[in-house]
Ligand binder design. Structure first.
Ligand code: NAD
Ligand code: DAU
Length: 351
């Protein structure tokens, strides 16, 4: 069936994998990638699909309601997969206003545009799918998992803004009958992640013999999922999830930061042909992140039992592929760390 699907944030890390999967797997769909191209958005992430006939890129800001409304009308959008966001916790601590603006007001602007457009065109087969995070549930002690019933308890400005956007999505479902789904995923890793997040930052620093800044004692725990498995889950939920539902996505793959860092050092040193453990000396303990959540762990059994999704990649294989990708794509890494790609796109899409 022909569908016009708006993917927001498609030039970012996870969004670019979702765009690639949908463009290649569903030639019968039109995929409209809407992105503002902030520091985190990079069209080089999508070079392999940019000339496909079922793909179009639109540079726009999700907070610009009139622009969003006209995009819904122009492309006759009938499905939304909303990923555009400010996504880095450390940046949210420095600039909470930006996170409220993009993540809350931006989501509200998209919801309002979907509601207006779909009231006009009829609501059948429409879906607004919001991509969210496990951080909305707060922090766990050493036991237990986040389920879909865990009460929201966000701690950082980032997670507070994502929790708020989730609540707006639910409010539009309950108040206006908008067809919505939310998924809350754990930490993603893989190709095209901006090197401010733990895994690509540390691979890049190991490669360049730079210090590895471990927050606090390195004892915080995260549940890591390969980004392509997240994109596969998004595909399954978009097509077979039930409107009004929430789905947790995770890898049942918990790692204490310091243990994960040691794995990255081992794999990166091996692939660089260095002596085993040579880069351990780069580990540098630094002041902890303010409000640092101790542990995240997702129970994704609802997604497994109801929609038959499971992660396809074991962590050892995923991390090796990831390190290899960053080592093979040094040009990409250098261009995003130097900001060269931003200058290029500012010229190309000057507004
Ligand atoms: P990212 O920072 O790599 O990409 C975000 C994208 O959104 C960029 O392309 C950016 O240009 C775009 N964007 C930002 N502000 C915009 C605006 N005002 N208008 C239009 N586009 C804008 O983020 P990511 O890590 O790929 O995360 C994508 C989504 O998934 C986010 O909603 C995030 O909260 C969620 N999420 C991320 C993870 C993770 O581990 N990275 C885990 C769970 C959920
Ligand atoms: O859980 C899902 C979330 O995962 C997503 O919603 C966020 O968008 C994504 O950024 C990620 O958040 P985290 O804060 O968990 O990811 P980050 O890579 O920033 O940090 C992972 C862990 O590593 C965390 O405990 C903080 C620590 N850390 C991070 C950096 C950047 C360090 O010790 N040193 C660092 O330099």
């Amino acid at each position: 069936m022909k569908r016009n699907i708006l993917i927001t944030g498609g030039a970012g890390f996870i969004g670019s994998h979702v765009v690639r999967l949908f463009v290649n797997k569903y030639p019968e769909y039109n995929i409209i990638n809407l992105d503002k191209l902030t520091y985190a958005g990079n069209l080089a992430n999508l070079k392999d699909v940019e000339n496909k006939s079922n793909y179009v890129f639109v540079k726009a800001d999700i907070c610009d309601f009139p622009a969003i409304l006209s995009i819904f009308e122009k492309y006759n959008i009938d499905g939304v997969i909303h990923l555009a966001a400010e996504s880095h916790v450390d940046r949210s601590i420095k600039d909470p206003f930006l996170f409220a603006q993009t993540n809350v007001i931006g989501t509200l602007s998209l919801l309002q545009a979907a509601k207006a457009a779909w009231e006009k065109s009829g609501g059948d087969n429409k879906l607004f799918y919001h991509i969210s995070t496990d951080e909305v549930y707060g922090s766990l002690g050493s036991e237990g998992f986040f389920t879909e019933e865990t009460p929201y308890d966000p701690h950082s400005p980032y997670s507070a803004s994502k929790a708020s956007s989730d609540h707006f999505v639910k409010a539009f479902h309950d108040t206006y009958g908008l067809s919505t789904i939310i998924s809350n995923c754990s930490n993603n890793y893989g190709p095209y992640q901006f090197p401010e997040k733990l895994i690509p930052l540390f691979i890049n620093n190991i490669r360049n013999n730079k210090p590895l800044p471990v927050y606090g004692k390195g004892e915080n725990v995260r549940d890591w999922l390969y980004v392509i498995d997240h994109a596969r889950a998004i595909d399954v939920i978009f097509h077979r999830g039930l409107p009004g539902e929430t789905y947790n996505i995770g890898g049942f793959n918990e790692w204490k930061n310091i243990d994960l860092i040691r794995v990255m050092i081992r794999v990166t040193d091996k692939l660089l042909g260095r002596k085993e453990g040579e880069s351990e000396k780069l580990i540098t303990y630094v002041t902890d992140r303010a409000g640092h959540d101790l542990r995240y762990a997702i129970d994704s059994s609802k997604l497994k039992t109801r929609l038959a999704w499971e992660p396809s990649l074991q962590f050892e294989e995923g991390i090796e592929k990831t390190v290899q990708w960053y080592l093979d794509n040094q040009e990409w890494l250098d261009s995003v760390t130097s900001g060269a790609y931003q200058e290029y796109y500012e010229k190309m899409y000057s507004v």
